[in-house]
Structure formats: structure tokens, C-alpha cells
Design a protein around this ligand. Structure first.
Ligand code: FAD
Length: 457
């Protein structure tokens, strides 16, 4: 019997899945395979939050496949060895998988291609599974990628995404191919207490609720920190339990300004992916160097710890950092202002912040995280690399009533209204009642240090 293998990576769904559909079209049986890749474990890239979400996604994928008569095969160890072994067990001639963007993903593809060719088997890599357009699908004259978002968005919008594929009705998997037990989140410790659940059913339910109740007002509300008015779909997009192609089609069908704004955010995701695909070094090295000599992590250790723990004395920064600790997720406005605070006000290397985010974020994503950090540090694609966000003004603007701060910084729960953004201005006897630290440094001091370091003064 003719069998193909589908290797799942960041595409843990059955809806709109080109590799699965192609495998089913060309073979009577398929082996849906996920490898717990030892190399990724060794990098120590994923903290417990993402591992837990991944475990939910694998359970969900297995369930979806069982609904269709199949199951998920899980293996662990060296990815190439495991794929070879499964293909040999199943006597499969073809392997289908989604194209990735990172250096690691490119390497993985190359190693698989070589190993399979040596075994007389074939690799088929499918585009537009993880992103809407494949990196490199649109390019400016004279370059292999866009370094500026707006012209990219214009070209991206003009290029219709591929059509959406339905989920297959039946998936037949050969009985004799063995699997490890599925990992579960119960096996893990150290999870953020408010961590969301993963899986395709969860993702589709959240997406449908977002279409019903949120998307049309996205444009006006997305920056309001206290409102929870963004989709919170980022972990589902990271693990591919939702297809970005399907989201774009369905959002556009609404034809509302809010839905258009939402599609623009999905384009940001593609934008960063095409930058990383073209410049894989940007995961660790400055995309555009500004000659920074960051403070050493040792001399800045006290400041870094205060930032990580949400005890800088700037309430909006602390609220956002505590949201990250509690939920494994942070509002985009919070990510912007905490990244500005670390890299500019404290003048600490963006890599220190990116690493902390990667450890905790359930949506932690190499392209989106590293390149957004670089954006805010001014070493990336931002055309205003020296802008510094003032946390007091950010607080007053995006949390005008102070509700977001009071939610995450309970020490300040009794302070009313916008006064919560400047607790140092409260009367001394009121200050004495709150167990909340004074500011780590004066904003003017941080600004002066940054401007001198960048040669702006
Ligand atoms: P929504 O506002 O509902 O947006 C919908 C989707 O669009 C998001 O789920 C996301 O996939 C995409 N998107 C939105 N904004 C951006 C953006 N600026 N860049 C790329 N894609 C975007 N996003 C991640 O997915 N993973 C990360 O590791 C990550 N790290 C970040 C680090 C910093 C310092 C900053 C400033 C931003 C980071 N972002 C990251 C981008 C953004 O903050 C999140 O995608 C967003 O907050 C997720 O919430 P949401 O799903 O409710 O977004």
C-alpha cells in the first residue's frame, strides 16, 4: 500500500493544511508525524509555558485525526533519524512538510532533503502554511526582502493569498507504526498560572468568538490596555492551530475597518518572517547596528532583575511585566513600553529582554520576538530608531483610568484614577501605606545616558 508521511512542525491543525492535503491526494495511507526534536530541547529555547501549550496542541491534533479515523504519531530524539525510521517502518516514498523561515528550519530542510535522497525518498516542502505569503514572494527592486513595512504592506495586500483548503474527511494511518505517548501539560512544572489552553478546537473557538464580538472594533480599541480588546490569537498563530491564510480570507470578507486593521497586523507577522528568512542572523545580531555599547548584564543586574520582576517603580511597566509572569502573554502596548524601558531607559542589550520574553511567552516566536525587540531597540527596521517611550505618558494615554495597573499591581489597588501612574506624587502618608518601590531611576537620567550613548547630544 502506498504511504506518505506528513511532518508537522508549526502547523498543528487539520484545517487548511496543504502538506496533509497533498499527502492524502497522492497516497492511500499517511503517517501524521510530530518529532519532539532533541536539538530544539538542547537550545533550551522553549520554557514550560510553550511546552504546555504545545502538549495541548498535540493532544488536540491527535483528537482531530482520530475523528477522521487516524491518529498522530509522536517520536522523540534526532529529527532526521526519527523521520528516516518512520519512513522505513511505513515504507513511505514521500515526506510532506511546511517551509520554515529560521536558520534552524532551513538547516532542517537541507538535512532532510539529503538524508531522504540517500534513501531514495522525496521531500516536498509547502509554502504559505505558516505565513500568508511565502517569504520572498514579493520583493522590492534590488533587494531580497522588504526592510520597510508600508511598501511591503502595499505589495502584500495586492497579492491575493492562496485559496483555503478544507479539513480532510478521512485520514488512514498504517496500524503498525508506533508512537510515544503524547506529552501532557500535567507533566510540567513552573507554568504561569493564567496560561491559556492550546489546540485547534480552542483556537477555532477563540477565532469565531473574535469574529463575532471583537474584530469590528479592533481599530479603535486595540491599544486600550485594560480592555482586552485584541484577539489573543498569537499563540495559535505561532503553533499553527489556526491558518493565517484562512484568517485573512475570513477577516477580509467582513469588509469592516476593524477587520482591515486586523489584517494589517497579520501582515506585520509576515513582514518579520520575510526579514528573518532573508537575514537569519537577525535572530541574534543587530539588523542595523547603531554602535551601541550596552551596559554589561553584570553591572545592570539589579535593574534587569527589577524589570523582570515588575518592581521598577514605574507602575505601567511593572503591570505589563507581571501580566507576562502571570499569563505567559503580554498586551502589545505593554511589550512596546517595557522593551523601550529596558533598552533605552535602562540601556540594556535587547537580547537580554528578548531572552526573558522567549522564556515566558506562550506565543514566543523567533521572527516576531527578536525583530520586534530590535524594532524597539532601534537596531531593527524602525525608521525612528532613537524614540524613547515615556512610561508615565504611555500609562496616562493607554490606561487613562489606571484600571490595568490596578489589576496587575495590587499594592496600588486603592489609588484612584490616573494618579496610579505617578505614585511618588501621592501624599507621604498614603505612600507609606503601599508596599510599592520608588522609581528605579529618574527618567531624565536614563534618557540622558541613552542620548549620549547614541551620540545624539
Ligand atoms: P492582535 O492585536 O489581535 O493581532 C493579531 C495578530 O497579528 C497577532 O496574533 C500576531 O500574530 C500578529 N501581530 C500583531 N502585532 C504584531 C507585530 N507587531 N509583529 C508581528 N506580528 C504581529 N508576537 C508574537 O506572536 N510572538 C512574539 O514572540 C512577540 N514578541 C514581541 C516582542 C516585543 C518587544 C513586541 C513589541 C512585540 C512582540 N510581538 C510578538 C508582537 C505583538 O505584540 C503580539 O503579536 C500581540 O501582542 C499578540 O496579541 P494578539 O494575538 O491579541 O494580537
Amino acid at each position: 500500500m502506498n504511504t506518505s508521511v506528513v511532518l508537522f512542525t508549526s502547523d498543528l491543525r487539520v484545517h487548511d493544511h496543504p502538506p496533509l492535503r497533498a499527502a492524502l491526494a497522492g497516497a492511500e495511507t499517511v503517517v501524521p508525524l510530530f518529532v519532539l526534536d532533541r536539538a530544539i530541547e538542547d537550545i533550551g529555547f522553549a520554557g514550560p509555558n510553550r511546552r504546555a501549550f504545545l502538549a495541548d496542541c498535540l493532544t488536540g491534533l491527535d483528537r482531530r485525526l482520530r475523528d477522521r479515523g487516524g491518529r498522530l504519531v509522536v517520536r522523540g530524539g534526532d529529527l532526521v533519524e526519527q523521520v528516516r525510521a518512520v519512513m522505513a517502518d511505513a515504507d513511505a516514498a514521500d515526506l510532506h512538510m511546511a517551509a520554515g523561515v529560521s536558520r534552524y528550519a532551513h538547516d532542517r530542510e537541507r538535512r532532510l532533503r539529503e538524508a531522504l535522497a540517500a534513501d531514495g525518498r522525496r521531500l516536498h516542502v509547502h509554502d504559505a502554511v505558516i505565513t500568508v505569503l511565502p517569504p520572498g514572494a514579493v520583493t522590492p527592486a534590488g533587494s531580497d526582502h522588504f526592510a520597510v513595512f508600508t511598501p511591503y504592506f502595499r505589495r502584500w495586500s495586492g497579492q491575493g493569498p492562496r485559496a483555503v483548503l478544507g479539513a480532510p474527511r478521512t485520514v488512514r494511518v498504517p496500524d503498525h507504526v508506533t508512537s510515544l505517548p503524547l506529552p501532557t501539560r500535567e507533566d510540567l512544572t513552573g507554568l504561569s498560572p493564567g496560561l491559556p489552553r492550546g489546540g485547534e478546537s480552542e483556537g477555532r473557538a477563540r477565532w469565531n468568538a473574535w469574529l463575532r464580538d471583537g474584530i469590528d472594533r479592533y481599530g479603535e480599541r486595540h491599544d486600550a490596555l485594560a480592555d482586552d480588546a485584541t484577539s489573543k490569537l498569537s499563540p495559535h498563530l505561532h503553533f499553527g492551530t489556526l491558518s493565517p491564510v484562512e484568517l485573512v480570507h475570513r477577516a477580509r470578507a467582513r469588509s469592516t475597518p476593524g477587520a482591515e486593521d486586523f489584517v494589517r497586523q497579520l501582515c506585520w507577522r509576515d513582514f518579520h518572517h520575510q526579514v528573518l528568512a532573508a537575514r537569519p542572523r537577525a535572530a541574534t545580531a543587530d539588523y542595523r547596528t547603531r554602535g551601541d555599547h550596552w551596559r554589561s548584564p553584570r553591572s545592570a543586574a539589579r535593574d534587569i532583575r527589577a524589570w523582570q520582576e515588575g518592581r521598577t517603580g514605574y507602575p505601567i511597566v511593572d503591570a505589563a511585566m507581571r501580566q507576562l509572569l502571570h499569563e505567559g502573554w503580554m498586551h502589545n502596548r505593554g511589550r512596546l513600553l517595557t522593551a523601550s524601558f529596558l533598552t533605552k531607559t535602562l540601556y540594556v542589550d535587547w537580547r537580554v529582554g528578548a531572552r526573558h520574553f522567549q522564556r515566558l511567552l506562550v506565543d514566543g516566536d523567533l521572527a516576531n520576538n527578536q525583530l520586534n525587540w530590535q524594532w524597539m531597540a532601534g537596531t531593527g527596521t524602525d525608521s525612528r530608531p532613537n524614540r524613547v517611550l515615556n512610561p508615565v505618558l504611555q500609562g496616562k494615554r493607554y490606561d487613562p483610568d489606571g484600571a490595568y495597573v490596578r489589576r496587575w499591581v495590587p499594592e496600588l489597588r486603592e489609588v484612584r484614577g490616573a494618579a496610579v501612574h505617578e505614585p511618588w506624587k501621592l501624599p507621604a502618608e498614603e505612600r507609606a501605606r503601599h508596599d510599592y518601590p520608588g522609581p528605579l531611576l529618574e527618567l531624565a537620567e536614563g534618557l540622558g545616558r541613552f542620548r549620549r550613548a547614541r551620540g545624539l547630544d
